[in-house]
Design a protein around this ligand. Structure first.
Ligand code: KG4
Ligand code: ZN
Length: 362
């Protein structure tokens, strides 16, 4: 297959991102030709979370310029592209509309095919972007998708073909990190701050719950874990956490104890998910972890062990491709285009869009 080049746009949360990716000669992997990413962290930080209206306006203010910069930096012309892709959901709808309308306008003006990408499919396929001849990632593989809004195991059986094996029954893992960070006064976004604090902490100091650990199936629950941290902070116990303001060491120990509990749960649930997945696909070899929480080095190390113990090799995309970015959207767009899926300019952005619904659309 000759190389393809696709422009991708991501605006579903608080990153305005544009990228051009190209597939390699042959069928495996690709490379990022050029990319721009503008984080809105500072705009949202005072509110302790993403404010949808601020996000949408910021996307609107910056997206055109980032597209122009990406094109100029790539040295490519519009005719060198094979398609334009944008996140069409799930996500904060104001931002999604900005990205989708921009991509549709480019497609219409330049006569290029448009690909509406499900943000989760972007996360799901990213690991194939960095795959190589020596280190290929073929379908099917087991995916643990852990982000701010999602926490699920999926059997990835092909482009657009996903079977959900388990999901969270309350909070997503990233949400648990963010809420715990808020309780600990570590600010927003919580994941990286908790990981940083945990490095200096004693993970054995606080005995936090491991929800659903040891139970059948591969669903998750994180709400109880966050509540346990809150109770500790509110009630404390004389010897566990003396009253008064938290000392830096207390914060570090709480962060480390929390992260260890999440790691234990992810490893336990992974063992069950791998068993279910291997029953469906006995010859499969890989487990992939993707989404913002996959940027956590301690969790990656733990999942690596869990996968190996149960006969699979763990693949985690480079850190920068775990959190939201446009290369993953361009790549998912490229894979969809290569598989023959393009979308009409009539397609509507979707605030909710479960991955399993992709199959029905085709
Ligand atoms: O995939 P992502 O960038 O956005 C969504 O689609 O949700 O994921 C963001 C989530 C946030 O909850 C953030 O706190 C979490 O990923 N996260 C982390 C780390 N980096 C980002 N969680 C734990 N450790 C990290 N290093
Ligand atoms: Zn994401």
């Amino acid at each position: 297959m000759s190389p393809l080049r696709v422009l991708g746009i991501e605006t579903s949360c608080d990153e305005t991102a544009v990228a051009i990716v190209a597939s390699n000669e042959g069928a495996l992997g690709g490379r990022i030709v050029e990319e721009r990413l503008l984080s809105q962290l500072e705009d949202h930080a005072p509110y302790g979370g993403v404010v949808p209206e601020i996000a949408a306006r910021a996307h609107l203010s910056h997206l055109d310029r980032l597209v122009a910069e990406t094109m100029a930096g790539s040295g490519l012309g519009w005719d060198d592209l094979d398609a334009v892709a944008a996140t069409a959901g799930p996500g904060l709808i104001g931002g999604v509309i900005v990205g989708v309308m921009t991509a549709k306008s480019i497609a219409l003006a330049r006569g290029l095919p448009f690909v509406a990408v499900n943000h989760l499919e972007g996360h799901a396929l990213t690991a194939r972007l960095t795959a190589t001849q020596d280190d290929p990632l073929d379908f099917p593989y087991l995916l643990l998708l852990v982000s701010g809004g999602h926490c699920q195991f999926l059997a990835v059986e092909g482009v657009g073909r996903y079977t959900r094996l388990g999901t969270t029954i309350d909070d997503a893992a990233g949400e648990a990190f963010d809420k715990t960070a808020k309780l600990l006064g570590l600010g927003y976004p919580g994941g990286p701050a908790v990981e940083q604090a945990a490095m200096k902490g004693d993970a054995t100091r606080f005995d936090l719950p491991r929800p659903l650990k040891g139970r059948d199936g591969c669903d998750f629950s994180f709400a109880g874990l966050k509540t346990a941290v809150r109770r500790l902070l509110e009630e404390g116990t004389a010897e566990a956490l003396p009253p008064g303001p938290l000392k830096d060491q207390d914060t570090a120990d709480l962060a480390a104890s929390f992260q260890a509990a999440v790691a234990d749960v992810l490893a336990d649930r992974s063992a069950n998910a791998i068993a279910t997945f291997r029953a469906r696909h006995p010859g499969a070899r890989h487990m992939v972890v993707a989404g913002g929480v996959a940027a956590n080095a301690a969790l990656r190390a733990r999942l690596d062990g869990a996968a190996r113990d149960h006969g699979l090799t763990l693949i985690a995309p480079p850190m920068a491709l775990c959190t939201d970015n446009a290369a993953m959207i361009a790549w998912a767009g490229l894979e969809r285009f290569a598989a023959g899926f393009t979308d009409s300019l009539d397609i509507a952005p979707r605030p909710r869009w479960p991955l399993e619904e992709l199959q029905r659309r085709e």
